[in-house]
Design a protein around this ligand. Structure first.
Ligand SMILES: *Cc1c(COP(=O)(O)O)cnc(C)c1O
Length: 458
């Protein structure tokens, strides 16, 4: 019998280290007060374990740093552009690939061209910048995730799935107003939950029936493919890259942030098959991002993304990645801390509404919990709830479907002992949850208020 071991190790060793700055609780209490109780306003040096986002915060590999040295900065037709194009089309065989400086630039360009007043864009759940870019054109953004996807404690292997009946009803009533149907893989704002291939096929069939294009918001495509491989019948022996191509072939286009699964610190793209749409998007690109062979990126960024795309579909990497997120979630669950279940791909989502029942949604329980985690242990998470989604374009406010605190795990950045520390801090704060205050907003901008709003504890 060959030996078999249960421990899933990091499939890399450390090559270059960054020191962490240790801080005291007293220092942190002062820092967060000065930041208006908004974790986005902190100096990152004052953060010990930064779980604000998994976006652009991953550790690049030796081979990505080497690729950067190959960066060619020719204004037009750089060899680095062709390396990038080939790597993208290897996984996403769309005819047109339009590089952008990050995901939201792709969204801004696409929705400027196809959305506008009177239009409605369905998605399983819009990510915050996606919703904002849809709404900025005057269009309506509708979230149609399955009902299980809105219930933190309900188990479902593909909680990110689109509610096909709800989508069908919307298309029956308003298909001419729907310029595109979007599916976000994995469903970030709904807990990093995957979408099954079967569900994607169902969305495709509806799009065909009503003559509406289907686009993927594909930021975490590799993690989604891994969940399909491990949870969906018929995919257990398939290569991850194959599963990715199958998802891509069901769609007419995509928006992408290279700061997520592609393991880069910056970048993104927009891709599609429609020649006419591509031309209109490229015309806008030239106005706002740059020439179509570099978008808003340097040649070296294009090289780092291309190499990252090869690494992120490696099954050893994905097994470690998904397992290390699950490890955090399982420990919190065992300790009785309410979290979104099952654990998603890139983050653990604490259910602040359940943990702080004494703080009503309009007093922002998620913000309260996020601030407490920072004060207690220097951990920076992010509220995903009524602060982020509660304010509507007409200026009114209502509770978001859930009040969560997301602890996002940067890729290949923190070790298991960092995660063990996070578990200890979260459990300690959870014990003191009944003492945590509500907050009120003292200043906020009209859109994407969570980035810059200032708060006061009550
Ligand atoms: C991060 C993200 C975006 C936006 O990408 P940026 O690179 O941050 O502009 C869009 N959709 C989803 C699902 C994301 O996670």
């Amino acid at each position: 019998m060959p030996y078999r071991f249960r421990t899933i190790i990091e499939p890399f060793r450390i090559h270059s280290v960054e020191p962490l700055r240790m801080t005291t609780e007293e220092h942190r209490r002062r820092a967060i007060r000065e930041a208006g109780y908004n974790l986005f306003n902190l100096h990152a040096d004052d953060v010990l374990i930064d779980l604000l986002t998994d976006s652009g915060t991953g550790a690049m590999s030796r081979d990505q740093w080497a690729a950067i040295q190959h960066g060619d900065e020719s204004y037009a037709g750089s060899p680095s552009w062709y390396v990038f194009l080939e790597a993208v089309q290897e996984l996403f065989p769309f005819r047109h690939v339009i590089p952008t400086h990050q995901g939201r630039a792709a969204e801004k360009i696409l929705f400027s061209v196809i959305a506008g007043p009177g239009k409605v864009v369905p998605n399983n759940t819009h990510f915050d910048t996606t919703r904002a870019n849809v709404e900025a054109t005057g269009a309506e953004a509708v979230d149609l995730v399955i009902p299980e996807g809105r219930r933190p404690e309900t188990l479902h292997p593909f909680k990110g799935n689109m509610d096909l009946e709800a989508l069908e009803t919307l298309l029956e009533e308003r298909a001419p107003d729907v310029p595109v149907v979007f599916v976000t893989i994995t469903n970030n704002s709904g807990g990093g939950q995957p979408v099954s291939m079967e569900n994607l096929r169902g969305v495709r069939a509806l799009c065909d029936r009503f003559g509406v294009p289907l686009f993927l918001d594909a930021c975490r495509f590799a993690e989604n493919a891994w969940f399909i491989r491990t949870r969906e019948r018929g995919y257990e022996d398939r290569h991850v890259a194959d599963i990715v191509r199958e998802m891509a072939r069901l769609a007419d286009g995509m928006t992408m942030s290279a700061k997520k699964d592609p393991l880069a610190n910056i970048g993104g793209w927009l891709a599609m098959n429609d020649d006419d749409l591509a031309e209109r998007c490229r015309n806008l690109l030239i106005l706002t991002e740059g020439f179509p062979t570099y978008g808003g990126l340097a040649g070296r960024d294009l090289e780092a993304i291309a190499q990252g795309l090869r690494e992120c579909v490696d099954p050893h990497y994905l097994r470690y990645r998904i397992r290390s997120t699950e490890y955090l979630g399982e420990a919190l669950e065992r300790a009785g801390v309410p979290i979104v279940r099952p654990v998603g791909g890139h983050a653990v989502y604490l259910d602040a509404r359940a943990l702080l029942p004494h703080v009503p949604p309009l007093l922002y329980p998620g913000q309260s919990l996020a601030v407490a985690l920072y004060e207690a242990g220097g951990i920076r998470g992010v509220e995903i709830g009524t602060v982020m989604f509660g304010r509507h374009p007409d200026g009114t406010e209502s509770p978001a479907p859930m009040d969560l605190v997301r602890l996002a795990i940067p890729r290949r950045t923190y070790t298991q002992s960092h995660v063990d520390y996070v578990i200890e801090v979260v459990c300690a704060v959870a014990e003191h949850a009944p003492e945590l205050p509500g907050y009120r907003i003292v200043r906020e901008p009209p859109q994407l208020r969570h980035f810059t709003a200032r708060f006061e504890p009550l």
